[in-house]
Design a protein around this ligand. Structure first.
Ligand SMILES: C[S@@+](CC[C@H](N)C(=O)[O-])C[C@H]1O[C@@H](n2cnc3c(N)ncnc32)[C@H](O)[C@@H]1O
Length: 430
């Protein structure tokens, strides 16, 4: 396919996402299935165009004075891809499968484009209804934080210390030019290409053999902040596909016991293959079984309960840019209810002196500090751990600079730590 035909295809997919209100991944996949002539290179390039357009949907609409899929694509080409107006005009020729030629108005808009005077939610590309939440979390930085959340994310990997060291993993993947991550001592970062495509990791021997796992640096740091040590009894209460479970198992060096569970058994499915690949031998998966209490024997016995809470995922918008536009206020209310319920559930398993580590990949105070404050108001037998002290004790002194100004815990974000947005707070049972 020509570059122009790829742009046309991406506009077609954006229209499908808009009219059928479906996840971007589904529309991209369906397009590939119904256009078999497109090769894997075409599909990857088209998908990258679609995701780039979704990142800057609101600011593109402002710049172009129009919120159609075509305007979204024009905005993305101009601002995310940095194409000059003439280069864009050379794609929009109307010839063959190229999109219709630029109108006079579009040419003017592309030449003059400026976000001067745009409100923070437009300049920062987040939904208008979340503006008060962003203001509460970031104040005058709201638009900058939003813009950083609209950037492309690099591919972060975690060296699996059960099988290798970071230096060896860096050497094994040298052809992809990985760099050590700035905060996590076990992280590797691979930049994505200018066209938005990442490395094909699934075929890399280092990945297949379990030397590395894909995990954002923020998620690695959340696990490291738990200070999981060999010999502990650990419950991963929201284990899902096992990202945190695997990181905890590596920290514990295969000594002690981790119980991994999730209220949705289907979400646990990938964990079994991942455990095999990683060489983690101390994880017992406790999948739900109807009404049976599969955790009854763990009551009051845990040194550490990890809550990687279900959340809006607002911290991971770099990786799921369509999620921010699909999110509705009702979803935030539901997540808050879930988070309160899971914090309550965790108390059943923590022993005296043990701790709950509460993690979200959200940047919203309502899901983070507010949940912890409400929990502490209900439970005078729990105390928050000083996050700066904890970061230093966990060997992450740089994270001590990221203590939340709104309550216990640390905050991370693409703007401040170059990671996905994460929140981590630790609560000790007295
Ligand atoms: C953020 S995801 C977990 C991601 C996972 N820990 C990882 O690192 O790959 C949150 C998980 O919480 C689970 N969940 C939601 N409500 C729950 C509840 N009441 N009890 C336990 N798990 C719950 C969801 O099914 C989902 O898998």
């Amino acid at each position: 396919m020509t570059p122009a035909a790829r742009v046309s295809a991406a506009i077609e997919i954006l229209a499908d996402i808009e009219t059928r209100r479906r996840p971007a991944a589904d529309s991209v996949k369906d397009w590939g299935l119904t256009h078999r002539f497109a090769g894997s290179g075409d599909r990857a390039a088209i998908s990258a165009l679609v995701y780039d357009a979704l990142r800057r949907k609101a600011s593109s609409a402002w710049l172009m004075g129009d919120s159609t899929p075509r305007a979204e694509m024009l905005g993305a080409l101009r601002h995310t891809r940095g194409l000059a107006p003439e280069a864009i005009a050379a794609l929009f020729t109307g010839e063959g499968h190229a999109p219709e030629p630029l109108t006079e108005g579009e040419r003017d808009r592309l030449a003059a484009a400026s976000l001067d005077g745009a409100p923070a939610h437009v300049a920062g590309d987040y939904p208008e209804w979340l503006a008060p939440q962003f203001e509460a979390a970031f104040g005058a930085r709201a638009a900058d934080e939003g813009r950083a959340l609209a950037e492309r994310a690099p591919v972060d990997l975690r060296a699996n210390l059960l099988k290798t060291t970071r230096d060896k993993a860096l050497a094994a993947l040298a052809h992809l030019d990985p760099q050590p991550t700035p905060f996590s001592p076990v992280g590797l970062r691979i930049a994505i290409r200018p066209d938005g495509r990442g490395p094909a990791l699934a075929a890399e021997p280092a990945y297949v053999k379990g030397l590395v796992e894909v995990q954002d640096e923020g998620s690695q740091l959340a696990a490291l902040m738990s200070e999981a040590k060999p010999g502990l009894q650990v419950l991963d209460l929201c284990a899902g596909a096992g990202g945190k479970t695997l990181a905890l198992a590596a920290m514990m060096g295969n000594h002690g016991q981790i119980y991994a569970t999730d209220s949705d058994g289907r979400r646990l499915t990938p964990i079994f293959d991942r455990l095999d690949r990683s060489g983690a031998r101390t994880v017992q998966v406790r999948a739900p079984r109807g009404r049976a209490d599969v955790l009854a024997d763990l009551e009051g016995r845990m040194d550490l309960v990890m809550i990687d809470a279900p959340c809006t995922g607002s911290g991971a918008w770099r990786r799921n840019p369509d999620a921010k536009w699909r999110m509705r206020p009702g979803a935030l209310e539901q997540r808050i209810k879930d988070q309160d319920e899971i914090l309550e559930k965790a108390t059943r398993f923590v022993k005296k002196g043990g701790r709950i580590v509460y993690v979200t990949c959200s940047v919203l105070r309502a899901e983070n500090e507010d949940r912890v404050a409400d929990f502490l108001a209900r439970h005078d037998d729990f105390l928050p751990v000083d996050a700066a002290t904890q970061a230093r004790a966990a060997g992450l002194p740089a994270l001590a600079e990221r203590v939340s100004p709104f309550g216990p815990g640390v905050r991370m974000s693409p703007l401040t730590t170059g990671t996905d947005g994460f929140y981590v707070a630790t609560l000790v049972r007295m």
